[in-house]
Design a protein around this ligand. Structure first.
Ligand code: COA
Length: 180
């Protein structure tokens, strides 16, 4: 995976109805540790990382690279979105495409926040890299993620086996430019 390339980063914080998307800051560090150490969050992602290792290795300001958004609710981080270029994806249909990933704290699941945040991030991408399709890989057993992908407009390219599980690869055509 690689950075997005020539985009201005970070953008101004993006406000949706209930959320703010912004670049990571030092105050998010504890939540990043919580997110990456959560067994529940990593049920379909190959398992969590040990908390002690994360506490040791996490930089003071986590993951401040283009396309890495913190999702904030009521002033505190509740999730992360990643838009990256999949330079080393094993499937040719996804390789070198922009790839979407998402992780939210379990306490905020089931409220539509992931849909709202991903929609805003995809709109942002359409303004900074117009005409780019976006790909998404998720385990087909990850029902919540599969539902989210469908709501966001991703459609199936193929299913394949990797990382010890059945994977679903979806693609979303570029967001059309605004009329006029
Ligand atoms: C994948 C993940 C982000 C989905 O989270 P989510 O909260 O289910 O996603 P959504 O934002 O789409 O919320 C949908 C649910 O909110 C409900 N909802 C409640 N209020 C809502 C509102 N105002 N607007 C929209 N939906 C609302 C919907 O009915 C839906 O419920 P349902 O799942 O029972 O049908 C979350 O499960 C997660 O972080 N998992 C761990 C990480 C992971 O596996 N990532 C995938 C790797 S790419």
């Amino acid at each position: 995976m690689d950075d997005l390339g020539p985009v201005t980063w970070p953008p101004e914080p993006i406000s949706t109805g209930r959320l703010v998307l912004r670049a990571p800051e030092a105050r998010d560090r504890a939540t990043f540790v919580e997110l990456f150490a959560s067994p529940e969050v990593h049920t379909y992602l190959g398992g969590p990382r040990p908390r002690a290792e994360l506490e040791r290795e996490m930089p003071e300001v986590p993951a401040r690279r283009p396309g890495s958004f913190v999702v904030e609710l009521d002033g505190a981080m509740v999730g992360q979105l990643l838009l990256r270029r999949a330079t080393e994806h094993s499937r040719p249909a996804a390789r070198d495409r922009v790839d979407l990933g998402y992780l939210f704290l379990p306490r905020v699941w089931g409220a539509g926040y992931a849909t709202e945040a991903c929609g805003a991030a995809l709109d942002w991408l359409a303004t900074v890299l117009p005409g780019e399709p976006v790909v998404l890989t998720t385990q087909s057993a990850n029902v919540a993620s599969m539902r989210l992908a469908a709501k966001l407009g991703f459609t199936e390219v193929e299913r394949f086996d990797a990382w010890g599980a059945r994977q679903w690869l979806g693609i979303r055509p570029p967001t059309p430019p605004p009329p006029g």
